[in-house]
Design a protein around this ligand. Structure first.
Ligand code: ATP
Ligand code: MG
Length: 575
């Protein structure tokens, strides 16, 4: 049993000024966390208890899925990162330094290299596969904008797991197991989450899901289908081609019209009095595979990630004013596909424009009555636009809805990117050497705790799901100077403690108002209050932090009733 008078949980009334999101504010106010430097924190005793509880659930589910716990170092030699090619590719998030012998190291932001090195040394035969290793370990990423407390720190704990399989089928099975373990983990934490399809980016693996805790403060935009279970990060969400053509004006030959100073979709469509959906917007990109023009209906936006993936490019960036002039012969705002000599790709939305308007590649001039496929022929049509709310679901046709989410976990099929580069090979049944197929799986420990607060709080403070609460029951003697009250409180606290309940005993000589406020702020799910009158009459009170519901119970039943409430709350966090 923890006694508040002997504990370090420095609650504060003031709202810290630099804390922008509620979880950060409440973690500071509840005395769970203190900042040491930007994105770097001290975890105080109650805060650490929360993290340990998150970790315990992670361990149980990882062990349950057959993964083996290891611990890799935070300090990683540059050689491994050079082998994978990421020493140069990773950028400034990677904190690099030298030891006294001038050898280069980094603080590991993720551990694909280290684990692949371990496995290539220890695994020789197909008999040792599949193998999934995990750790819960301190990561460092020199984030550009550390913020929101534990949500985006620089030094943070991550549960990272890595699977090694003999082939793609095995890798798919390992991925499925981790995906299911993740669902159990977040259910056990009582979180409202969604697993959404995510972009696999330059790694180009076959699949990736992000686990998003639904919260308005989330940094990620996600779409989900109101009918089926489809969900995706907005960057990734697929858009179906339109089925109905968008009507345009007449189908005569393209005609030039003067559009002095009209560059944007709004300006041009208003000036020409046409529907923006019939404008063929032309964006010019410089990419690692050369200059590219991307066409999209004026009603839509180009999704650069889709363009990049479609081209198989390392990078794509919008061309600046100078380059636009070189490519089109006109200032920006007047580009169009007719007669353009730049490689051109078009979004599906362009194909359904029966007759549209577009830039004429001439200053202050646009073309109207332009027919895609007749007046210009793009190299191909593809899904290149940003999804919009209400678009049809690519799986079932239902409407897509937008929401915001906090990415708490990420599962990723890596394929052979690392095992190939670092030669993590094994001998198959025929004695042939083969490359292992990998997957990687991360969960941020602190970010998950913060996300839980974003989802579970009210005006008075945190409302912890019981599975990750620092304590289960707070026992509050209203006045510690009254012997009867104190004796009753000691009795029930000791009883609960003996029966395995995590008790927080507020034995401070403080005013009742302060004790109640602190109990609400710190979010302990069940509160037992012992006041003078009630105790004299042989009663105590049990209050549910979440609902505010309070019951008056005979002292002899207090512990049993409190345990019953704890059990009900635990059942809410069933996997
Ligand atoms: P983000 O897009 O938010 O930067 P990421 O894609 O870089 O995340 P991963 O590399 O997939 O994240 O890391 C796995 C998990 O580690 C994330 O799902 C998240 O829970 C956690 N995480 C990542 N970066 C941070 C950070 N700066 N602070 C706290 N947790 C983090
Ligand atoms: Mg990141």
């Amino acid at each position: 049993m923890i006694r508040y008078s002997r504990y370090l949980m420095p609650t504060t009334k003031e709202t810290p000024s630099d804390a922008e999101v509620v979880s950060h504010r409440l973690m500071l106010r509840a005395g769970l966390l203190r900042k040491v430097a930007s994105g770097i924190y001290n975890y105080l005793p109650a805060g650490l208890r929360v993290l340990r509880k998150v970790e315990r659930i992670l361990r149980e589910e990882m062990d349950g899925a057959g993964a083996l716990e290891v611990l890799m170092p935070a300090v990683v030699p540059s050689e491994l990162w050079k082998e994978s090619g990421r020493w140069d590719a990773y950028g400034k998030d990677l904190l690099r330094f030298k030891d006294r012998a001038d050898r280069e190291f980094c603080l590991g932001p993720t551990h694909e290299e280290v684990v692949t090195d371990l496995v290539r040394r220890e695994v020789r035969s197909y008999r040792q596969l599949p193998l999934t290793l995990y750790q819960i370990q301190d990561k460092f990423r020199d984030e550009i904008r550390p913020r929101f407390g534990l949500m985006r720190g620089r030094e943070f704990f991550m549960k990272d797991a890595y699977s090694f399989d003999a082939n793609e089928e095995g890798a798919a099975e390992s991925y499925r197991k981790m995906y299911e373990a993740y669902c159990r983990i977040f259910r056990r934490m009582g979180l409202d989450f969604r697993a959404v399809e995510a972009d696999t980016g330059s790694i180009g693996g076959s699949s990736s899901h992000e686990f998003m805790v639904i919260a308005d403060s989330g940094e990620d935009a996600i779409v989900s289908c109101v009918v089926c279970s489809y969900g995706a990060n907005v960057e990734k969400a697929e858009c179906l081609p339109y089925s109905a053509p968008v009507p345009g004006a007449t189908k005569g030959k393209p005609r030039k019209v003067a559009t002095p100073g009209k560059r944007t979709i709004e300006e041009v469509s208003a000036f020409l009095a046409i529907d923006p959906a019939t404008l063929i917007k032309t964006l010019l990109f410089e990419t690692s595979v050369g200059d590219v023009a991307v066409l999209v209906s004026g009603a839509h936006e180009v999704n650069e990630i889709k363009v990049k993936n479609h081209l198989g490019a390392e990078y794509v960036r919008l061309a600046g004013e100078e380059r636009v002039r070189e490519m089109t012969g006109a200032p920006s705002g007047f580009a169009g596909p007719v007669g353009l000599s730049v490689r051109t790709i078009a979004d599906h939305s362009v194909r359904s424009i029966a007759s549209g308007a577009t830039g004429a590649n001439e200053k202050d001039v646009h073309l109207v009555d332009v027919v895609p496929g007749r007046d210009f022929i793009p190299e191909g049509y593809a899904d290149l636009r940003v999804v919009r709310e209400g678009d049809p679901c690519p799986r079932c046709g239902g409407a897509l809805r937008f929401s915001r989410g906090i990415e708490v976990g990420h599962v990723f099929r890596l394929g052979t990117k690392y095992s190939e580069a670092m030669r993590a090979v094994y001998l198959d049944e025929g004695g042939r050497e083969r490359v292992t197929v990998m997957g990687c799986y991360g969960i941020g420990v602190g970010r998950t705790a913060a996300a839980a607060i974003e989802q579970n709080h009210d005006d008075d403070g945190i409302v912890w799901p019981i599975s990750i609460a620092p304590f289960e029951v707070a026992v509050i003697p209203v006045n510690v100077k009254q012997a009867d009250v104190m004796a009753a409180a000691e009795r029930v606290a000791a009883d609960l403690d003996a029966r395995g309940v995590e008790v927080f005993f507020d034995d401070r000589e403080e005013r009742p108002g302060i004790k109640f406020k602190d109990a609400d702020l710190t979010g302990i799910p069940v509160r037992i209050t012992l006041g003078e009158k009630n105790v004299a009459a042989g009663f105590g009170e049990i209050r549910d932090r979440k609902t505010g519901e309070t019951i008056r119970v005979p002292l002899t039943d207090l512990a049993n009733e409190a345990i019953a409430l704890v059990e009900r709350k635990k059942a809410e966090c069933a996997p």
